[in-house]
Design a protein around this ligand. Sequence first.
Ligand code: 13P
Ligand code: SF4
Length: 336
Amino acid sequence: MSLSEVLPVVAPVEQAPDAAWADEVRALAQRRNAVVLAHNYQLPAIQDVADHVGDSLALSRIAADVDADTIVFCGVHFMAETAKILAPEKTVLIPDARAGCSLADSITADELRAWKAEHPAAVVVSYVNTTAAVKAETDICCTSSNAVEVVESIPADREVLFLPDQFLGAHVRRVTGRENMHVWAGECHVHAGINGAELTAKAEADPDAELFVHPECGCATSALYLAGAGAVPADRVKILSTGGMLDAARRTRARSVLVATEVGMLHQLRRAAPEVDFRAVNDRASCKYMKMITPEALLRSLRNGTDEVHVAPELAARGRAAVQRMIEIGQPGGGE
Ligand code: 13P
Ligand code: SF4
């Protein structure tokens, strides 16, 4: 008898979920021996019910190590695919397989093969926000937490192809000073929409605020320009991954912080430092893909074992070394 046949049929949750919903999620997860992972951009209810909440790198590391039969990935599809590549023997579920990513869609495996043919000696560094087919063509993956360390791990005389995010690529090039690094012109529609004009206006209106800026943002350059021009003291501008923002929130002495990333991040920041006033630079910066993981979808996923994520074994085998390199680099006490 399959698990879905023995589990009770539950009426769909239509309103904001309550304690009974959370209890049911926990009970179903226990019955499946499942671990529930949630990215920092998930809806607050999903973050609160998950076993672990984190950024792309932290969640990949957990997926690679976790002792559970099933991983329920509350995030977007490439994240669940990455978990499956790292843990092929486990069942990986995503509550809604339509949860894609505009950044991952900005390069195909064919386009990458053509780019590689133009630079045959280059090392390919792909952001984790890519499909399994692109990872299969990649030498090392990275996330926004360790992109700088990943590029620094490559001998200085080797050309680098960095993809697909142009803003993260520009940030890495600025920090590493690397000139032999080519950057693909992709972008995330949510982060690219957080622009420099809005950031400048908000920073000028609150001169004591710190600025937490995700490197995928179109405004990352403006933030550094503001710092360079002295409009905002340089030590108040922090270019950070979502996990890095949480560490900085716990350490900050500022009373207010302007946050340039997807708005789901505010939930964890406010929990980490309730005394700080965290405000979005753009409160319309919501990722519709992340928000497809609704409370109803999570319950359905745990009840029915849907949507299962599959990665063709041949593609997974070709991408695994690149993803493993990613989880090792920048690891406390390990990697480079
Ligand atoms: P991080 O959690 O790695 O900062 O990634 C942000 C993101 O946009 C994921 O889609
Ligand atoms: Fe992709 Fe952007 Fe959404 Fe992150 S916020 S999942 S990069 S579309």
